[in-house]
Design a protein around this ligand. Structure first.
Ligand SMILES: [Zn+2]
Ligand SMILES: [Zn+2]
Length: 429
């Protein structure tokens, strides 16, 4: 093969080079063309091609302190090779490993013990039924009414977020419409029907983060706090919009979603700013770029300064979730965020990034650990974006996963907040 064309960044440096490397084996010359998509990561790479030359591999993130994730990894490992005493060094402590083995033996899915070797005893390969980040046993199977679809089971949170009745979903390049979510049965499932439209759907939700508990924190001084911990995320998916892919116009608005609200106790990280940050941000951004809430929106009581600050917090939250895969190997579709001008428990402006699965799998905590690097890349993208718009665009701040219809967003305010946070971190070092 002499040439490759790569449509869109595949998510990691390693798979980028693996794909590009299919052309020109040995000493022959070859050509590879990278065609970026219009999202933030692809555009970042276009502006910073040196990123691809960096030899560090993104850190893989999976936190096996979550018992459910741990147990499922054990099951998969035991189907590769019997587990023995030796494996306690990877999956220890020993008592915890034994408890997981006992549990799988009781369900008939494993046989043996650590002395003789504990082995998988199921039928098909367990890997094909277990999603890497599955944390609950409440897995929804996916069926197709007019054909056969071979898709991994979905977590409840994912079903509520992306597979509500009426949702348009893409799988393997084909489009489907969700017909039903059947939950009042022992084996819940989602029913899809093949379709072909020029639309996509976006769910609208109300979200709150409560009962936050700090595990680790970093006091940056002057009221700035960087924290990682646990919290309860309540999400109510209330409606969805149907949007034209090509024009971005909403073709059908606020169609109701008939699903109960969900709550998850999960891992999160947040950055809290001092309340007087609003004055600093206002000094740094041009006065004529302030934005106003729409009269009929939930933001209506806010003045334009507060609304613009809210747009900066929301933009910082979106940007960091979007750019995290440049530093960390994680699935940012299993993450969510919340930005708020005064969190009731913190009493401060803040943005939160949370894992979108019960118990968490280490995603948001890894952003806490790598906050400076992720925030720096986010700032570069936001300031480098050629859209030039205060409200940003899909290549910088807008997210197709946003539950607030991407409102408000404010690019200069987001830059100002990220700069302030990075300045504090660097002062502390
Ligand atoms: Zn932009
Ligand atoms: Zn959002």
């Amino acid at each position: 093969m002499d040439a490759t064309v790569l449509a869109g960044y595949p998510g990691t440096r390693q798979s980028f080079w693996q794909r590009v490397g299919r052309a020109g084996r040995g000493k022959t010359d070859s050509l590879s063309v990278f065609v970026p998509e219009s999202d933030a990561i692809d555009q970042y790479i276009l502006d910073n091609p040196d990123y691809l030359m960096d030899e560090n591999i993104e850190d893989a993130v999976v936190d096996i302190s979550n018992n459910s994730v741990f147990a499922k990894h054990i099951l998969c490992a035991s189907s590769e090779r019997p587990l023995t005493e030796e494996d306690a060094k990877w999956f220890g402590p020993r008592e915890r490993l034994e408890r997981a083995i006992d549990m799988w033996e009781a369900t008939g899915q494993m046989v043996g013990d650590l002395t003789r070797g504990a082995q998988y005893n199921g039928t098909a390969r367990p890997q094909s039924d277990i999603s890497m980040y599955a944390t609950t046993d409440e897995q929804y199977r996916v069926k197709q009414v007019d054909g056969e679809i071979d898709m991994e089971p979905l977590d409840k949170e994912r079903v509520y977020r992306e597979y509500y009745p009426g949702a348009l979903v893409l799988y393997d390049g084909d489009q489907y419409e969700v017909q039903r979510v059947v939950e009042d049965t022992y084996n819940p499932y989602v029913e899809l029907e093949a379709t072909s439209t020029r639309n996509y759907t976006q769910a609208i939700h109300d979200k709150s983060v409560r009962d936050i508990e700090v595990d680790r924190s970093y006091d940056l001084g002057d009221g700035y706090q960087l924290c990682a911990g646990m919290g309860t995320v309540h999400i109510n998916y209330s409606a969805y919009n149907v949007i034209d892919i090509y024009s971005g116009e909403v073709t059908e608005a606020m169609l109701p979603i008939d699903l109960d609200p969900i709550s998850l106790r999960t891992q999160l990280m947040w950055i809290a700013f001092p309340p007087r940050i609003i004055e600093q941000v206002m000094q740094e951004i041009p006065e004529d770029s302030l934005i106003q809430p729409k009269e009929d929106s939930g933001f209506a009581p806010m003045g334009e300064q507060e609304y613009t600050l809210a747009g900066g917090l929301h933009g910082g939250e979106h940007g960091m979730i979007k750019m995290a895969p440049l530093e960390l190997r994680l699935d940012n579709s299993d993450m969510g965020g919340l930005s708020i001008i005064r969190h009731p428990e913190l009493g401060q402006p803040a943005w939160f990034i949370h894992d979108a699965v019960e118990g968490g799998v280490g995603f948001s905590h890894s952003i806490y650990e790598n906050f400076e690097a992720v925030a720096q890349r986010t700032l570069e993208r936001i300031e480098g974006c050629s859209c030039g718009r205060d409200v940003g665009c899909p290549a910088c701040l807008m997210s197709s996963q946003c539950g607030n219809q991407n409102e408000p967003l404010h690019r200069p305010a987001a830059s100002s907040l990220l700069r302030a946070a990075l300045g504090k971190i660097r002062e502390e070092q």
